[in-house]
Design a protein around this ligand. Structure first.
Ligand code: 5AD
Ligand code: SF4
Length: 467
């Protein structure tokens, strides 16, 4: 949908083009820029929007941070994400010393924290531009301000917005697959989590806008879409004409050219029977569900404000396994939430063993200032470490046998890229999200291939192509 704000921003794109063309003349070459993304798929999608504008205004996008303009799209879900950004900023500072013309911008979730902005203002004066998660669509306008105010730190962070501006250029990282935002923000306020504070309240895009975007992507050759939201199961509830997530999936299924549909993330409290039904009947929805458990202890789940019990989670996961036997279920687990006892850890381990997760991202609880859990009594570090190792070991054991169960089968994979470590191998993704590495030709990228799964190495396979 064309919006008034979109038209306004296009004006700034034209303005920015003239600044970049002046810079190009001065440098005697095309100015380069690099966008480094920290964190989740939502951030990855936001970075594609930032790259879309950068490329439109005349920058050459490169992978190296030895660029004329470097942008960090930050994450703040755990404290180590913040620490990494500060560490990398130190490196940028010395690059800028050597090249004073260099511009540096920071955006994303970390910028929504007032304490971070204070610290940057005080100790990181070399940064040129700071903006948050709610005004990415204003990036071209901010770029213009940056060029018009050389030497000053421009800070534009909004608390929240209802505005959804999507009619701006995007540069996709992969030609054959794409993320699609279906909603923004989160209303759940899990007591450990900073996301509702930095991403604001839940806002769904209309199904018409989403379908139009996916149809356009399909016409550009995209075969796989990942529908993105912090809690996709509550999609559409607050729209003027409410619609369920399952119904949205039915509509996406009908789009010609789209062969695979994925989505992230599902909150167990909102996962409906209708969704299980739609997944079961679908030819396109991938056999994968990411269903964050966080803890297997009902007491801890209550303290986390998760709105389900151990039994409810188990019932749901086992029902899904029964209805869709070839599905893989992955999860997120936090170890060390305030008040967590050995008994609580045993409960988490019990759920892992019963559900047999295909993969689990296990995190050590990280205090986020401003969240309710930050004020609760914390578990000593040595105990957390010991519990973390126990949980991780259980996850690795169950995942190995669960993932390996397809050994010997031939499956369809979407070939994604050349293997990172061995360029004679290609890497493909199965419908259930497991990766397979196999000898193959680079031309296969973006194509579907039939691959025999020969050897399972924990979380992935080695195989050989059959067609
Ligand atoms: N500490 C540790 N892990 C966290 N997560 C969210 N907040 C925190 C925190 N404060 C984890 C949750 C969530 C994933 C994206 O990050 O497991 O599902
Ligand atoms: Fe954070 Fe909970 Fe919202 Fe997920 S559902 S983003 S964990 S508050």
């Amino acid at each position: 949908m064309v919006t008034e704000e979109g038209i306004r921003q296009r004006g700034f794109i034209e303005q920015a083009k003239s600044y970049i063309s002046d810079l190009e003349k001065e440098l005697g070459r095309k100015p380069t820029c690099c966008v480094t993304t920290f964190g989740c798929q939502m951030n990855a999608r936001d970075s594609e929007k930032i790259c879309g504008i950068l490329s439109d205004v005349g920058y050459e996008i490169i992978e190296s941070e030895d660029a004329d303009f470097v942008i960090f799209n930050t994450c703040t879900v755990r404290d180590n994400a913040n620490l990494r950004v500060y560490g990398r900023l130190g490196e940028l500072k010395s690059k800028k010393k050597k090249n004073p013309q260099m511009k540096i911008a920071l955006c994303g979730c970390m910028m929504q924290e007032p304490s971070v902005i204070e610290k940057l203002k005080k100790s990181y004066r070399f940064i040129d531009l700071i903006f948050g998660t709610h005004n990415i669509f204003k990036f071209s306008e901010l770029l213009c301000s940056m060029f018009e105010n050389e030497g000053n730190m421009i800070i534009d962070v909004w608390k929240d917005t209802n505005e959804i501006v999507e009619d701006l250029p995007v540069v996709r990282k992969y030609p054959y697959k794409s993320g699609v935002n279906i909603m923004f923000g989160c209303n759940n306020f899990c007591t450990y989590c900073i996301v509702p504070y930095v991403r604001g309240r839940e806002r769904s895009r209309t199904p018409e806008d989403i379908i139009e975007e996916i149809e356009r992507l399909a016409s550009e050759g995209v075969v796989e879409v990942m529908l993105l939201g912090q809690n996709v199961n509550s999609y559409g509830k607050n729209l003027e004409n409410p619609i369920s997530f399952a119904e949205l999936l039915r509509r996406v299924e009908k789009i010609d050219g789209i062969k695979r549909i994925r989505f992230m993330t599902s909150h167990p409290k909102d996962l409906s029977d209708e969704l299980i039904e739609v997944m079961k009947e679908s030819k396109k929805i991938c056999r994968h569900l990411h269903l964050p458990l966080q803890s297997g202890s009902t007491a801890i789940l209550k303290a986390m404000n998760r709105n389900y019990t151990k039994e409810k989670y188990l019932d749901l996961a086992l029902k899904i396994r029964k209805e869709i036997p070839d599905i893989s279920i992955t999860t997120d687990i936090i170890v060390g939430f305030p008040g967590e006892t050995d008994f609580d850890i045993d409960e988490t381990i019990d759920v892992i063993k019963k559900v047999k997760f295909d993969n689990a991202f296990t995190f050590i609880y990280s205090i986020r200032t401003g969240t309710p859990a930050a004020k609760m009594e914390q578990v000593p570090e040595e105990i957390v470490k010991k519990n973390f190792d126990r949980v991780l070991k259980t996850v690795q054991d169950t995942a190995r046998s669960q993932v390996g169960k397809d050994t010997g089968k031939t499956v369809t994979v979407l070939v994604e890229e050349v293997n990172e470590h061995d360029s004679s191998l290609m890497t493909g993704r199965m419908s259930n999200n497991t990766l397979v590495h196999f000898p193959g030709d680079i031309d296969l990228i973006g194509q579907f291939a039939e691959v025999k799964l020969e050897q399972c190495n924990g979380f992935y396979y080695f195989g050989s192509q059959m067609n």
